[in-house]
Structures are given as structure tokens and as C-alpha cells.
Design a binder for this molecule. Structure first.
Ligand SMILES: *Cc1c(COP(=O)(O)O)cnc(C)c1O
Length: 452
């Protein structure tokens, strides 16, 4: 029986033919592996572009209703390459970067500096100088000392730097939970409750080299309950109104960050961009009305929701091993460990966050019974898990291909060379064609760094 692909998890062009072979963008994964090797990341260009458009169009439409304009910044850290930056630019998105390296990719893609933002809690002098030289549209300040450093760098260049101040609202969300207090004990931003946010905003206004273009908040990632976005928006808009009262400066823009959650497992329901855009627009309108302020320009920064479901990883099965153990009730159990030719070096999220994924046999159909399996990598760590628990055909064997959906975000971008494993390529597919965006690393690449 060919697997049934849950449309919430897979790129929109993914399908399974009668032989049980999974294809994306019109290219069977068997062909992709034959041509580009295994493991590999596959990115569905049409799907990626349509998710970018869906976020932009949903937010532009919802905020047009309340008289506000919207900019959508693609959070490049989720996955950035020159082609992807170019596609995002073509779809009308801007690019968020958090390091000099991400900035370099966006600039190489030809994204105008004015449409790039720079984040980071510990930007180097060199990164700040490169950002100013590129004329970035915004530098998001993350500490009081950075106010002074960016002002000095701008003065030295004889420019006025557009800046936002990143604040923590006390709303911190992720997964299903959403907790409205505490959670300020982390490295990002300046706390509203603690008064640091207001102090930083005042400090920016006292520096003529800085132009205060906005207040920024990013409340977390993989958020499936949109209430957190609304509560954070409310708190920022109240801060904006307070600042207007105390200084006469009404900040023109509010950035609500990213974090829109996607489906990783069958049955999970991703955030609907139209729904969240409407909900947040309604809250923004209501709070501004109560505060007696005009509605600001809005920006958002989705990363995962744009690129996550557009990407899959294809692995080749190696060792298959039944493991017997006793569970907590002392009853004997068997689990099938299916080893693949990658692991935590190409997808760190299970080891880092206990993230759960799904997988299917992608190179053939099988009528065999399903058994509870765990897909593991080839690294020297027992935590090197790719898929914690999934039903796979009992006849799964060496040489079969496994496809893991929803790996487009934070897969390649967090990849490492642990165990001296070269990182897999990123191959884009569209209309039956495949094109390598990032080539496979080789052992020679790794050895070239080693000066002996
Ligand atoms: C990580 C990050 C994002 C993107 O988060 P996603 O969960 O990928 O949407 C946006 N803004 C900032 C500041 C971030 O750090």
C-alpha cells in the first residue's frame, strides 16, 4: 500500500505514484537520490513561493481593512541561500538577517539593503559597520549598550541609522502553551515590565544619529495558539502610546516577529495565515482606538511557516535492528530501530528540542504490516534520533528510501559536521526539474579547513 501523504505536512506538489514512489515538484525521490546522492534536502520552489505569498497577501489584506500597511520579512535563519533570498524578494518579501553571514547571502542575492533587517543579541562592530554600509532598513537594537554602539558607528559613517528596539512583552509562547508572565529570564530584548524597554527607547530618541523606526517583539517559535500574538501586540501598542505621551514621539512601525507554527505530525493543525492576520489586525485596531493613537505600519517575520513545509529530507535506510527492552510496567517490548545515512548532523531539532517528526517509506509500496519504529541516525550519540516514533512497514530494509516531511526550516541551517559528516545538498524541484541550490559538502571540503 502506498503511504497516504497528509497535505498539512508535505509540500503541495508531493504525491505518491502507483509503485509507491514519492515525488515532489514532479521529480521522484528515487531519481533525485540517483542523481544527487543521499541523504539530501529537497525544496519545493512552487510551494515555498506560495507560502511566502500566502503570508504576505493575508497580512496585507487584513491590515488594509484597518488602514495599515504591512511588510513581511522572511526570517533567513530558517533557511537562507542566494536563490531562496531572490525568490522571497520576487514574492515581495524582505529579508531578516541575524549575522554578517546571513547579511552576505541576502546582499549576494541582490536584495536591496533597505529591504534587509539586522537582528542579534551580540552584533559585532564589524557586523554593524557592514549593515550600515549596506544601508539596511533597520537594525534591531537588543541592549542599552547597543544604542550607544550603533549611534557611534552611524556618527563615524556620517549616516543616520534606522533602528528598532526589541522588547520583551512578558508573553512567551511556543508549542501549545502560552504563558503571559515571567519568561523574561532570557537573553533577548529589553523588558517592558522591568522598564528597560522604555529606557532604551528614550535613549534612542536622545541620539540624533539614530532614527527610531519601530518597536519589535518576537514571542517565540512554533506557536500554534494565535492568542499570544494578540496579547503581545496589545502590550507593544500600549508601550507605544505611553512613549508618545511622555516624549511626543509616536513610533511609526510595530514588528510582531515570527513564530507561526506548522504541522510536523499527522493530525497537527498549522496556524492559518488568514485567520491569524485577521485576529491580530482586529486587536491592533481595537487597542489603537482605546489608546487614541493612529494605527502603525506593521511588520512580521515568518521563517518556519514559509520554508518548513516546503522542504523534505530523503535518507537511505541502512541497518534495521529489532531492540527488545522492558518498559515501565516491566512488560517486554520490541521496537524496530531503522538507521539512516544522516541524523543529528542534518536535523538537530529532535536532539535539541525533542522535536517530533514523521516519515514514510518513499521508494516503493509495501503490503507488509506496520510496526512501531524509531528512525535513528549514524552518529555516536544515543540521542541521535530522526523520528521518535512512526509506523513503518515491517519489511523495510537496507537500500529503501525514507522521506521525512517538514524539514525545510532549521534543518540545513542548523546542520553540523559532527563525526566529520559532510552536509547534504539542497536540491530545489519545480515542474519536473531539479536544480542544486547548495551543493553537497565533500570530505575534501572538510580536509581543506584542516591545516595539519
Ligand atoms: C527566529 C526568529 C524569527 C522566525 O521565527 P519562526 O519561528 O521561524 O517564524 C523571527 N524573528 C526573530 C527575531 C527571530 O529570532
Amino acid at each position: 500500500m502506498p503511504p497516504v501523504l497528509d497535505p498539512a505536512l508535505w509540500p503541495s506538489t508531493a504525491l505518491v505514484d502507483e509503485a509507491g514512489v514519492v515525488a515532489v515538484g514532479g521529480v521522484p525521490v528515487t531519481d533525485l537520490v540517483a542523481e544527487h546522492g543521499s541523504p539530501l534536502y529537497v525544496l519545493d520552489e512552487a510551494d515555498l513561493r506560495s507560502r511566502a505569498r500566502a503570508y504576505r497577501e493575508a497580512f496585507v489584506a487584513a491590515f488594509a481593512e484597518i488602514g495599515a500597511e504591512v511588510d513581511v520579512y522572511y526570517a533567513g535563519k530558517a533557511f537562507l541561500s542566494v536563490a531562496v533570498a531572490r525568490w522571497m524578494h520576487e514574492e515581495g518579501l524582505r529579508i531578516d538577517t541575524a549575522t554578517g553571514g546571513e547579511l552576505a547571502v541576502a546582499l549576494r542575492a541582490g536584495v536591496p539593503g533597505a529591504e534587509i533587517g539586522l537582528h542579534g543579541n551580540n552584533k559585532s562592530d564589524e557586523e554593524l559597520e557592514r549593515a550600515l554600509a549596506a544601508g539596511v532598513g533597520r537594525i534591531v537594537l537588543d541592549s542599552l549598550e547597543e544604542v550607544v554602539r550603533v549611534a557611534a558607528a552611524a556618527r563615524a559613517r556620517g549616516v543616520r541609522a534606522p533602528v528598532m528596539v526589541r522588547v520583551t512583552t512578558g508573553v512567551h509562547a511556543g508549542g501549545h502553551e502560552y504563558i503571559s508572565t515571567a519568561h523574561e529570564d532570557q537573553k533577548f530584548g529589553l523588558s517592558i515590565a522591568g522598564g528597560q524597554a522604555e529606557r532604551a527607547l528614550h535613549a534612542v530618541l536622545q541620539h540624533p544619529e539614530l532614527e527610531l523606526v519601530g518597536i519589535h517583539s518576537h514571542i517565540g517559535s512554533q506557536i500554534l495558539d494565535p492568542a499570544g500574538f494578540e496579547e503581545a501586540a496589545r502590550r507593544i501598542l500600549e508601550l507605544r502610546a505611553t512613549l508618545a505621551t511622555t516624549t511626543g514621539h509616536l513610533v511609526p512601525e510595530v514588528d510582531l516577529g515570527g513564530g507561526y507554527g506548522i504541522a510536523y505530525l499527522p493530525g497537527e493543525v498549522p496556524i492559518d495565515p488568514q485567520q491569524v492576520a485577521r485576529d491580530v489586525a482586529r486587536t491592533v485596531a481595537a487597542v489603537c482606538r482605546t489608546q487614541g493613537t493612529s494605527v502603525p505600519r506593521i511588520s512580521i517575520e515568518p521563517g518556519r511557516a514559509v520554508v518548513g513545509p516546503a522542504g523534505i529530507t530523503v535518507y537511505t535506510v541502512g541497518t534495521v535492528k529489532p531492540v527488545t527492552f522492558t518498559d515501565e510496567d516491566e512488560s517486554p517490548r520490541t521496537r524496530t530501530y531503522v538507521s539512516v545515512d544522516g541524523g543529528m548532523s542534518d536535523n538537530l531539532r529532535p536532539a535539541l528540542y525533542g522535536a517530533r517528526y514523521h516519515a514514510v517509506l518513499a521508494s516503493r509500496g509495501s503490503v507488509a504490516d506496520a510496526v512501531t519504529s524509531r528512525v535513528v541516525g549514524k552518529h555516536c550519540e544515543s540521542g541521535d534520533v530522526v523520528v521518535h516514533e512512526v509506523e513503518l512497514p515491517v519489511d523495510i530494509a537496507r537500500g529503501d528510501l525514507l522521506a521525512v516531511p517538514a524539514t525545510g526550516a532549521y534543518g540545513r541551517s542548523m546542520a553540523s559536521n559532527y563525526n566529520m559528516v559532510p552536509r547534504p545538498p539542497v536540491v530545489a524541484v519545480r515542474d519536473g526539474d531539479a536544480r542544486v541550490l547548495v551543493r553537497r559538502e565533500t570530505e575534501d571540503d572538510l580536509l581543506a579547513l584542516d591545516l595539519g
